[in-house]
Design a protein around this ligand. Structure first.
Ligand code: GAR
Length: 200
């Protein structure tokens, strides 16, 4: 059985969707660790409820990004983690981290990449005035919201949408798309060829 670590900074609704898929045995893997860089992340509460081991690591306790990531890698090795799933983890991983886990780190982003990278994907799409936005699941590489794309889902922005109503639909789409992509990863069905991801 493969071991997954899920990294979260906030509410953890994507973590919950993955937990639910594991419980239903749609994802045949163990969530062996939930890590957060924020002590108040509700994701930690969700993990504890499910008796999943948690780790809180505050970036201010480390001298730089690489020492933080070294600490993470140490803990991932201890738990024999095979795959890392970023679920609302609002930190850029160092090149050192990526080298250690190349092709084994996924991220979900609330826009149709390469549009609206960064921490405000939903708000930025809405204020730009695009009519279509969506969700992207991708492998993580050294650059922000950049790696090869595994899956995307699109939705229409309505004239009446606010950030709240749009976020609701985005999250619903995320909770469908992310567990499916994690499942493909666990079942070793994804093959990276340059910027493209093929399904085996
Ligand atoms: C999700 O919408 C995810 O796409 C986004 O943070 C949210 C976390 O929600 N991630 C990013 O913006 C990464 N750049 P959650 O904590 O409820 O899963």
């Amino acid at each position: 059985m493969k071991n997954i670590a899920v990294f979260c900074s906030g509410y953890g609704s994507n973590l919950q969707a993955i937990i639910n898929s594991v419980k239903k045995k749609k994802i045949k893997a163990r969530i062996a660790l939930v890590l957060s860089d924020r002590v108040d992340a509700y994701a930690l509460v969700r993990a504890r409820k499910e008796k999943i081991p948690v780790l809180y690591a505050d970036p201010v306790d480390f001298k730089d990004r690489v020492s933080y990531d070294r600490f993470l890698i140490l803990n991932l090795k201890k738990k024999k983690i095979d795959y890392v799933v970023l679920a609302g983890f609002m930190r850029l991983m160092s090149p050192y981290f990526i080298r250690c886990f190349r092709g084994r780190v996924l991220n979900i982003h609330p826009s149709l990449l390469p549009s609206f990278k960064g921490t405000q994907g939903i708000k930025d799409a809405l204020s730009y005035g695009v009519k279509i936005t969506g969700v992207t699941v991708h492998f993580v590489d050294e650059k922000l919201d950049h790696g090869p794309i595994i899956a995307q889902g699109a939705l229409e922005i309505k004239a009446t949408d606010t950030q709240t109503t749009l976020a609701e639909r985005i999250h619903r789409l995320e909770h469908k798309l992310y567990p499916q992509a994690v499942r493909l990863l666990i079942e070793n069905k994804l093959k990276i060829q340059g910027r493209k991801v093929k399904q085996k």
